[in-house]
Design a protein around this ligand. Structure first.
Ligand code: NDP
Length: 250
């Protein structure tokens, strides 16, 4: 059984993940589309109405009190088969530079973009471990079809690609997401769980609309899924990929 949980699925890339997962030739049996306000996520609710495999789950990644109910909902569906893929997609942006960033703004960004994925992954780790344990995954068989965590990163967190200090506080969170991914790859390898970071390209969403030469969410997520589904083995873990399959330099 192949199941996927996406955080921040109310709009943008997260919502497109839900659409494109359903469009795969072998779609997941279960897609858990998490959002902090299901009552306001009209597009997502529309998809869920037409696709019984989609379950909308309320979860704010900064609210640990939301996690137990979300885990219960997922466990109630997947049971002993576990959760195959967790996509830590939810994030916020801030344009502050290192001259203008405030403590409050920076801490909030870090809370959503870094601590959120870390604690959400902790909450779903037992379910991911159960999925990994179903296949005798070793260093060569680990893949998205066995068990994986995907952390949405950004070229803006790439030290090698940084040529200006714009949006310093956001960049800092994505550098931390990259390190979180490397730590997860080390710690989760023995369970047979892959961990990768993914840069979606510059995508035309509420967050990405300031960029020139944008990808549509569909182009981005089709490329991401194509890339993710080809990953095989321990050596694929602990790396940052781009939507088009290229490696993103740290
Ligand atoms: P959007 O701003 O369009 O969407 C962000 C999503 O995150 C929304 O669904 C939002 O929910 C959700 N979210 C925000 N805060 C929380 C929270 N506390 N708990 C749960 N959900 C939350 O962003 P994108 O779709 O463009 O970005 C998706 C990912 O891709 C992010 O990690 C981003 O950093 C990364 N990325 C995007 C790029 C781009 O060009 N768009 C480029 C590089 C990386 P709500 O509707 O409730 O606000």
């Amino acid at each position: 059984m192949f199941s996927v949980l996406v955080t921040g699925a109310s709009r943008g890339i997260g919502l497109e993940y839900v659409r494109q997962l359903l469009a795969l030739s072998s779609p997941p049996q279960h897609v858990f589309a998490c959002c902090r306000s299901p009552e306001n996520a009209e597009d997502l609710q529309g998809i869920a109405m037409e696709n019984p495999s989609v379950k909308v789950v309320q979860m704010d990644v900064t609210k640990e009190d939301d996690f137990p109910a979300a885990v219960r909902e997922v466990d109630g569906v997947v049971g002993e088969r576990g959760l195959t893929v967790l996509i830590n997609n939810a994030a916020i942006f801030s344009g502050h530079t290192c001259e203008t960033a405030t403590c409050e703004d920076s801490v909030h960004l870090y809370r959503v973009n870094v601590i959120g994925p870390m604690l959400v992954t902790q909450a779903f780790l037992p379910a991911l471990k159960r999925a990994a344990a179903l296949t005798s995954s070793d260093d060569t068989t680990m893949s998205m079809q066995t068990a994986a965590v995907v952390n949405m990163s950004s070229v803006m967190g790439s030290l090698a690609s940084t040529k200006n200090g714009k949006s310093a506080s956001y960049r800092m969170t994505k550098v931390a997401v990259n390190m979180l991914t490397v730590c997860m790859a080390h710690d989760f390898a023995s369970y047979g769980i892959l961990a990768v970071a993914m840069h979606p390209g510059l995508v035309n969403t509420d967050m990405g609309k300031r960029h020139a030469g944008k990808l549509s969410p569909k182009e981005s997520v089709c490329g991401i899924l194509d890339t993710l589904l080809k990953l095989r083995g321990r050596q694929a873990s602990g790396k940052a990929y781009q939507w088009n399959g290229q490696i993103l330099a740290w």
